[in-house]
Design a protein around this ligand. Structure first.
Ligand SMILES: Cc1cc2nc3c(=O)[nH]c(=O)nc-3n(C[C@H](O)[C@H](O)[C@H](O)COP(=O)(O)OP(=O)(O)OC[C@H]3O[C@@H](n4cnc5c(N)ncnc54)[C@H](O)[C@@H]3O)c2cc1C
Length: 326
Protein backbone atom coordinates (compact mmCIF):
# COMPACT_ATOMS: atom_id res chain seq x y z
CA UNK A 1 0.00 0.00 0.00
CA UNK A 2 1.48 3.34 -0.95
CA UNK A 3 1.18 6.39 1.29
CA UNK A 4 -1.28 9.02 0.06
CA UNK A 5 -1.94 12.53 1.25
CA UNK A 6 -5.72 12.50 1.70
CA UNK A 7 -6.29 15.93 0.11
CA UNK A 8 -5.03 14.58 -3.18
CA UNK A 9 -7.49 11.66 -3.41
CA UNK A 10 -10.05 11.95 -6.21
CA UNK A 11 -13.10 9.71 -5.90
CA UNK A 12 -13.91 7.83 -9.08
CA UNK A 13 -16.40 5.37 -10.50
CA UNK A 14 -14.07 4.12 -13.22
CA UNK A 15 -10.46 4.71 -14.16
CA UNK A 16 -9.38 3.50 -17.59
CA UNK A 17 -5.60 3.20 -17.73
CA UNK A 18 -4.29 3.56 -21.28
CA UNK A 19 -4.95 5.56 -24.42
CA UNK A 20 -4.66 3.06 -27.25
CA UNK A 21 -7.40 1.38 -29.24
CA UNK A 22 -8.55 -0.83 -26.34
CA UNK A 23 -8.84 2.07 -23.88
CA UNK A 24 -10.53 4.27 -26.50
CA UNK A 25 -13.07 1.62 -27.36
CA UNK A 26 -13.76 1.16 -23.63
CA UNK A 27 -14.18 4.94 -23.19
CA UNK A 28 -16.62 5.19 -26.11
CA UNK A 29 -18.77 2.27 -24.92
CA UNK A 30 -18.71 3.49 -21.33
CA UNK A 31 -19.54 7.04 -22.40
CA UNK A 32 -22.60 5.77 -24.23
CA UNK A 33 -23.69 3.19 -21.64
CA UNK A 34 -23.09 4.81 -18.25
CA UNK A 35 -25.31 7.38 -16.53
CA UNK A 36 -24.19 11.03 -16.50
CA UNK A 37 -23.46 10.83 -12.76
CA UNK A 38 -21.12 7.90 -13.28
CA UNK A 39 -19.47 9.52 -16.29
CA UNK A 40 -18.67 12.69 -14.33
CA UNK A 41 -16.60 10.58 -11.97
CA UNK A 42 -14.83 8.51 -14.59
CA UNK A 43 -11.36 9.10 -15.98
CA UNK A 44 -9.18 7.96 -18.82
CA UNK A 45 -5.51 8.23 -17.90
CA UNK A 46 -3.31 8.03 -20.95
CA UNK A 47 0.38 8.20 -21.66
CA UNK A 48 0.97 8.83 -25.37
CA UNK A 49 -2.52 8.75 -26.86
CA UNK A 50 -3.01 6.35 -29.77
CA UNK A 51 -0.53 3.75 -28.61
CA UNK A 52 1.20 1.33 -30.95
CA UNK A 53 -1.03 1.96 -33.94
CA UNK A 54 0.51 5.43 -34.36
CA UNK A 55 3.73 3.66 -35.38
CA UNK A 56 2.37 2.40 -38.68
CA UNK A 57 2.17 4.42 -41.89
CA UNK A 58 -0.38 2.16 -43.48
CA UNK A 59 -3.34 0.81 -41.58
CA UNK A 60 -5.40 -1.11 -44.11
CA UNK A 61 -6.96 -4.03 -42.27
CA UNK A 62 -9.10 -2.16 -39.74
CA UNK A 63 -12.64 -2.26 -41.11
CA UNK A 64 -13.91 1.07 -42.39
CA UNK A 65 -10.56 2.87 -42.33
CA UNK A 66 -7.58 3.29 -44.64
CA UNK A 67 -4.72 5.66 -43.83
CA UNK A 68 -1.86 6.20 -41.41
CA UNK A 69 -1.90 5.15 -37.78
CA UNK A 70 -1.69 8.82 -36.73
CA UNK A 71 -4.76 9.71 -38.79
CA UNK A 72 -6.59 6.80 -37.21
CA UNK A 73 -5.51 7.90 -33.75
CA UNK A 74 -6.78 11.46 -34.39
CA UNK A 75 -10.16 10.07 -35.43
CA UNK A 76 -10.52 7.86 -32.39
CA UNK A 77 -9.45 10.72 -30.11
CA UNK A 78 -12.34 12.81 -31.48
CA UNK A 79 -14.72 9.91 -30.95
CA UNK A 80 -13.53 9.49 -27.36
CA UNK A 81 -13.96 13.24 -26.74
CA UNK A 82 -17.49 13.13 -28.14
CA UNK A 83 -18.56 10.20 -25.98
CA UNK A 84 -16.47 10.43 -22.82
CA UNK A 85 -16.31 13.55 -20.62
CA UNK A 86 -13.58 15.70 -22.23
CA UNK A 87 -12.12 17.16 -19.09
CA UNK A 88 -11.73 13.69 -17.64
CA UNK A 89 -9.19 12.62 -20.25
CA UNK A 90 -5.95 13.03 -18.29
CA UNK A 91 -2.64 13.00 -20.17
CA UNK A 92 -0.31 11.49 -17.61
CA UNK A 93 1.23 8.18 -16.62
CA UNK A 94 0.00 5.90 -13.86
CA UNK A 95 3.05 5.15 -11.74
CA UNK A 96 1.62 2.94 -9.01
CA UNK A 97 -1.55 1.10 -8.08
CA UNK A 98 -2.93 -0.52 -4.97
CA UNK A 99 -5.65 -3.07 -5.66
CA UNK A 100 -5.77 -4.56 -2.16
CA UNK A 101 -9.24 -3.22 -1.18
CA UNK A 102 -12.21 -4.35 -3.25
CA UNK A 103 -13.88 -1.46 -5.12
CA UNK A 104 -11.52 1.04 -3.47
CA UNK A 105 -8.76 0.71 -5.97
CA UNK A 106 -6.00 3.30 -5.72
CA UNK A 107 -4.31 4.62 -8.85
CA UNK A 108 -1.45 7.08 -8.52
CA UNK A 109 -0.32 9.39 -11.33
CA UNK A 110 3.08 10.92 -11.92
CA UNK A 111 1.58 14.36 -11.08
CA UNK A 112 0.97 13.05 -7.55
CA UNK A 113 -2.83 12.78 -7.81
CA UNK A 114 -4.41 9.60 -6.51
CA UNK A 115 -7.75 8.24 -7.72
CA UNK A 116 -9.80 5.95 -5.51
CA UNK A 117 -12.03 4.06 -7.89
CA UNK A 118 -14.79 1.49 -7.71
CA UNK A 119 -13.66 -0.02 -10.97
CA UNK A 120 -10.67 -0.10 -13.30
CA UNK A 121 -10.03 -1.03 -16.91
CA UNK A 122 -6.43 -1.86 -17.65
CA UNK A 123 -5.51 -1.20 -21.28
CA UNK A 124 -1.82 -0.38 -21.08
CA UNK A 125 -0.89 -2.39 -24.16
CA UNK A 126 2.53 -3.74 -24.98
CA UNK A 127 5.76 -2.80 -26.68
CA UNK A 128 7.87 -4.95 -28.94
CA UNK A 129 11.34 -6.04 -28.01
CA UNK A 130 13.71 -4.34 -30.43
CA UNK A 131 17.07 -5.17 -31.95
CA UNK A 132 19.94 -2.92 -31.00
CA UNK A 133 21.64 -2.41 -34.36
CA UNK A 134 22.67 0.72 -36.28
CA UNK A 135 20.13 2.43 -38.61
CA UNK A 136 17.14 0.65 -37.10
CA UNK A 137 15.34 3.98 -36.62
CA UNK A 138 16.12 5.11 -40.17
CA UNK A 139 14.53 2.01 -41.70
CA UNK A 140 11.51 1.74 -39.42
CA UNK A 141 8.54 1.50 -41.81
CA UNK A 142 11.05 1.60 -44.69
CA UNK A 143 12.13 -2.00 -44.38
CA UNK A 144 11.90 -2.73 -40.67
CA UNK A 145 8.54 -4.02 -39.46
CA UNK A 146 7.06 -5.80 -36.47
CA UNK A 147 3.79 -7.24 -37.72
CA UNK A 148 3.47 -9.50 -40.78
CA UNK A 149 -0.33 -9.43 -40.79
CA UNK A 150 -0.19 -5.62 -40.82
CA UNK A 151 2.60 -4.94 -43.31
CA UNK A 152 3.37 -8.23 -45.08
CA UNK A 153 1.16 -7.45 -48.07
CA UNK A 154 3.52 -4.60 -49.03
CA UNK A 155 6.07 -7.26 -50.00
CA UNK A 156 4.16 -9.49 -52.38
CA UNK A 157 6.58 -11.70 -54.36
CA UNK A 158 9.59 -10.08 -52.67
CA UNK A 159 12.36 -11.55 -50.51
CA UNK A 160 11.94 -10.82 -46.81
CA UNK A 161 13.50 -11.87 -43.53
CA UNK A 162 12.08 -12.72 -40.12
CA UNK A 163 14.25 -12.45 -37.01
CA UNK A 164 13.48 -14.69 -34.04
CA UNK A 165 13.27 -18.28 -32.90
CA UNK A 166 9.97 -18.56 -31.05
CA UNK A 167 6.31 -19.08 -31.90
CA UNK A 168 5.90 -15.45 -33.03
CA UNK A 169 8.77 -15.68 -35.51
CA UNK A 170 7.49 -18.98 -36.90
CA UNK A 171 3.95 -17.61 -37.21
CA UNK A 172 5.22 -14.51 -39.01
CA UNK A 173 7.39 -16.59 -41.36
CA UNK A 174 4.50 -18.91 -42.21
CA UNK A 175 2.18 -15.99 -42.90
CA UNK A 176 4.76 -14.26 -45.11
CA UNK A 177 5.56 -17.47 -47.01
CA UNK A 178 2.10 -17.29 -48.59
CA UNK A 179 2.72 -13.76 -49.86
CA UNK A 180 6.44 -13.42 -50.47
CA UNK A 181 8.76 -15.15 -52.90
CA UNK A 182 11.24 -16.20 -50.23
CA UNK A 183 11.37 -15.85 -46.45
CA UNK A 184 14.63 -16.10 -44.50
CA UNK A 185 14.09 -17.04 -40.88
CA UNK A 186 17.13 -16.02 -38.85
CA UNK A 187 17.63 -17.47 -35.38
CA UNK A 188 20.59 -16.88 -33.08
CA UNK A 189 20.46 -20.42 -31.62
CA UNK A 190 20.73 -23.95 -32.94
CA UNK A 191 17.31 -25.31 -31.92
CA UNK A 192 13.74 -24.09 -31.53
CA UNK A 193 12.68 -25.55 -28.16
CA UNK A 194 9.89 -23.02 -27.54
CA UNK A 195 8.08 -23.52 -30.86
CA UNK A 196 4.93 -25.68 -30.94
CA UNK A 197 5.56 -28.87 -32.89
CA UNK A 198 2.71 -28.42 -35.40
CA UNK A 199 3.91 -24.92 -36.23
CA UNK A 200 7.45 -26.21 -36.60
CA UNK A 201 6.29 -28.92 -39.02
CA UNK A 202 4.34 -26.39 -41.08
CA UNK A 203 7.33 -24.07 -41.36
CA UNK A 204 9.80 -26.86 -42.13
CA UNK A 205 7.47 -28.09 -44.89
CA UNK A 206 7.46 -24.73 -46.68
CA UNK A 207 9.80 -24.72 -49.65
CA UNK A 208 10.17 -20.92 -49.69
CA UNK A 209 11.18 -20.57 -46.02
CA UNK A 210 14.94 -20.72 -45.64
CA UNK A 211 16.10 -21.17 -42.05
CA UNK A 212 19.41 -19.63 -40.96
CA UNK A 213 20.62 -20.80 -37.54
CA UNK A 214 23.39 -19.59 -35.21
CA UNK A 215 23.33 -16.15 -36.76
CA UNK A 216 22.57 -12.56 -35.83
CA UNK A 217 21.42 -9.60 -37.90
CA UNK A 218 24.17 -6.96 -37.64
CA UNK A 219 23.81 -4.42 -40.45
CA UNK A 220 21.08 -2.76 -42.50
CA UNK A 221 21.92 -1.39 -45.96
CA UNK A 222 20.02 0.61 -48.57
CA UNK A 223 19.18 4.12 -49.68
CA UNK A 224 15.94 5.59 -48.41
CA UNK A 225 14.54 2.03 -48.39
CA UNK A 226 16.13 -1.12 -47.04
CA UNK A 227 17.85 -3.16 -49.76
CA UNK A 228 19.98 -5.75 -47.97
CA UNK A 229 21.22 -6.93 -44.58
CA UNK A 230 24.42 -8.41 -43.22
CA UNK A 231 24.23 -11.55 -41.11
CA UNK A 232 27.05 -12.62 -38.78
CA UNK A 233 27.31 -16.34 -38.08
CA UNK A 234 28.69 -17.71 -34.83
CA UNK A 235 31.67 -19.15 -36.74
CA UNK A 236 32.58 -15.55 -37.74
CA UNK A 237 31.39 -15.99 -41.32
CA UNK A 238 29.43 -12.99 -42.66
CA UNK A 239 26.87 -12.89 -45.43
CA UNK A 240 25.01 -10.09 -47.21
CA UNK A 241 21.45 -11.00 -48.21
CA UNK A 242 19.13 -8.98 -50.47
CA UNK A 243 15.79 -8.42 -48.74
CA UNK A 244 13.11 -5.75 -49.04
CA UNK A 245 11.92 -6.10 -45.47
CA UNK A 246 12.92 -7.47 -42.10
CA UNK A 247 10.19 -8.46 -39.64
CA UNK A 248 11.48 -8.45 -36.08
CA UNK A 249 9.73 -11.06 -33.96
CA UNK A 250 11.88 -11.40 -30.88
CA UNK A 251 9.02 -10.93 -28.48
CA UNK A 252 6.53 -8.51 -27.02
CA UNK A 253 6.62 -7.03 -23.56
CA UNK A 254 3.18 -6.31 -22.09
CA UNK A 255 3.07 -3.14 -19.98
CA UNK A 256 2.18 -4.81 -16.69
CA UNK A 257 5.01 -3.72 -14.38
CA UNK A 258 2.87 -1.41 -12.23
CA UNK A 259 0.30 -4.18 -11.65
CA UNK A 260 2.67 -7.03 -10.91
CA UNK A 261 2.09 -7.14 -7.13
CA UNK A 262 -1.66 -7.54 -7.52
CA UNK A 263 -2.53 -9.24 -10.77
CA UNK A 264 -2.13 -12.75 -12.08
CA UNK A 265 -0.19 -12.93 -15.33
CA UNK A 266 0.67 -15.72 -17.72
CA UNK A 267 3.89 -15.43 -19.71
CA UNK A 268 3.87 -11.76 -18.73
CA UNK A 269 0.37 -11.07 -20.10
CA UNK A 270 -2.57 -10.32 -17.80
CA UNK A 271 -4.56 -13.49 -17.29
CA UNK A 272 -8.27 -12.95 -18.03
CA UNK A 273 -11.48 -14.95 -18.25
CA UNK A 274 -14.06 -14.73 -21.06
CA UNK A 275 -15.54 -11.57 -19.44
CA UNK A 276 -12.18 -9.74 -19.50
CA UNK A 277 -12.04 -10.00 -15.69
CA UNK A 278 -8.65 -10.20 -14.02
CA UNK A 279 -7.45 -12.27 -11.07
CA UNK A 280 -5.32 -11.69 -8.02
CA UNK A 281 -2.26 -13.78 -7.26
CA UNK A 282 -4.48 -16.35 -5.49
CA UNK A 283 -6.56 -16.79 -8.66
CA UNK A 284 -9.53 -14.94 -7.17
CA UNK A 285 -11.42 -12.51 -9.43
CA UNK A 286 -10.59 -8.88 -8.65
CA UNK A 287 -14.14 -7.55 -8.74
CA UNK A 288 -14.60 -4.48 -10.91
CA UNK A 289 -11.19 -4.74 -12.58
CA UNK A 290 -11.09 -5.64 -16.26
CA UNK A 291 -8.39 -5.82 -18.88
CA UNK A 292 -8.49 -5.14 -22.62
CA UNK A 293 -6.16 -5.24 -25.60
CA UNK A 294 -2.56 -6.24 -26.09
CA UNK A 295 -1.79 -6.19 -22.37
CA UNK A 296 -3.65 -9.50 -22.04
CA UNK A 297 -3.60 -10.77 -25.62
CA UNK A 298 -0.52 -12.73 -26.63
CA UNK A 299 -2.29 -14.33 -29.56
CA UNK A 300 -3.95 -11.82 -31.92
CA UNK A 301 -2.48 -8.39 -31.06
CA UNK A 302 -4.53 -6.50 -33.64
CA UNK A 303 -6.31 -3.17 -33.54
CA UNK A 304 -9.66 -4.75 -34.15
CA UNK A 305 -9.26 -7.34 -31.38
CA UNK A 306 -8.11 -4.61 -28.96
CA UNK A 307 -11.27 -2.63 -29.80
CA UNK A 308 -13.41 -5.73 -29.29
CA UNK A 309 -11.88 -6.39 -25.88
CA UNK A 310 -12.45 -2.76 -24.81
CA UNK A 311 -16.11 -3.18 -25.73
CA UNK A 312 -16.44 -6.51 -23.90
CA UNK A 313 -14.74 -5.15 -20.79
CA UNK A 314 -17.15 -2.22 -20.54
CA UNK A 315 -20.32 -4.21 -21.24
CA UNK A 316 -19.34 -6.65 -18.49
CA UNK A 317 -18.34 -3.82 -16.17
CA UNK A 318 -21.69 -2.02 -16.63
CA UNK A 319 -23.50 -5.25 -15.85
CA UNK A 320 -21.37 -5.71 -12.73
CA UNK A 321 -21.98 -2.12 -11.56
CA UNK A 322 -25.74 -2.63 -11.96
CA UNK A 323 -25.60 -5.69 -9.71
CA UNK A 324 -23.68 -3.94 -6.92
CA UNK A 325 -25.78 -0.76 -7.20
CA UNK A 326 -29.07 -2.64 -6.67
C1 LIG B 1 4.46 -1.06 -36.04
C2 LIG B 1 3.09 -1.64 -35.77
C3 LIG B 1 2.19 -1.76 -36.80
C4 LIG B 1 0.92 -2.28 -36.55
N1 LIG B 1 0.04 -2.37 -37.59
C5 LIG B 1 -1.20 -2.84 -37.36
C6 LIG B 1 -2.15 -2.92 -38.42
O1 LIG B 1 -1.87 -2.58 -39.57
N2 LIG B 1 -3.39 -3.40 -38.12
C7 LIG B 1 -3.74 -3.80 -36.85
O2 LIG B 1 -4.89 -4.19 -36.63
N3 LIG B 1 -2.85 -3.75 -35.84
C8 LIG B 1 -1.59 -3.29 -36.06
N4 LIG B 1 -0.69 -3.25 -35.05
C9 LIG B 1 -1.09 -3.76 -33.73
C10 LIG B 1 -1.97 -2.72 -33.01
O3 LIG B 1 -1.32 -1.47 -33.04
C11 LIG B 1 -2.18 -3.16 -31.57
O4 LIG B 1 -2.71 -4.46 -31.53
C12 LIG B 1 -3.16 -2.22 -30.86
O5 LIG B 1 -2.82 -0.88 -31.08
C13 LIG B 1 -3.19 -2.53 -29.38
O6 LIG B 1 -3.94 -1.56 -28.74
P1 LIG B 1 -3.95 -1.45 -27.15
O7 LIG B 1 -4.86 -0.32 -26.82
O8 LIG B 1 -4.24 -2.76 -26.55
O9 LIG B 1 -2.46 -1.12 -26.70
P2 LIG B 1 -1.42 0.02 -27.13
O10 LIG B 1 -1.61 0.47 -28.51
O11 LIG B 1 -0.09 -0.53 -26.73
O12 LIG B 1 -1.79 1.25 -26.20
C14 LIG B 1 -1.48 1.28 -24.84
C15 LIG B 1 -1.75 2.67 -24.30
O13 LIG B 1 -1.56 2.66 -22.90
C16 LIG B 1 -0.75 3.77 -22.52
N5 LIG B 1 -0.06 3.41 -21.29
C17 LIG B 1 0.83 2.39 -21.09
N6 LIG B 1 1.23 2.39 -19.80
C18 LIG B 1 0.58 3.41 -19.19
C19 LIG B 1 0.59 3.93 -17.86
N7 LIG B 1 1.33 3.39 -16.91
N8 LIG B 1 -0.18 5.01 -17.59
C20 LIG B 1 -0.96 5.58 -18.55
N9 LIG B 1 -1.00 5.13 -19.83
C21 LIG B 1 -0.24 4.06 -20.13
C22 LIG B 1 0.16 3.99 -23.72
O14 LIG B 1 0.69 5.31 -23.71
C23 LIG B 1 -0.83 3.76 -24.85
O15 LIG B 1 -1.59 4.92 -25.07
C24 LIG B 1 0.58 -2.73 -35.25
C25 LIG B 1 1.49 -2.61 -34.21
C26 LIG B 1 2.74 -2.06 -34.46
C27 LIG B 1 3.72 -1.93 -33.32
Amino acid sequence: MFIVETQKIIKAELVIIGGGIAASSAAVYYGRGASDDKKKQSYLITGMFGGQITQTNSLENYLGFKGTGMEFSDLIYKQVEENFINSNIIHDMVTEVDFSKENQYLIKLSNGNVYKSRSVIIATGAHHRDLKIPLIEKYRDRGIYYCAVCDGSLFKNKQVMVIGGGNSAFTEALYLSNICEKVYLVHRGEDFPRVESLLKEQVFAKKNIHIIKNANLKELKGDSLLKSVVIHYKNNFQEEIQVSAVFIAIGFIPNTRIFENYILTQDGYIFINENQEVFDKNKKILKGIYSAGDVDDSKYRQGITAAAEGCKAVLNLLKYLRTIDN
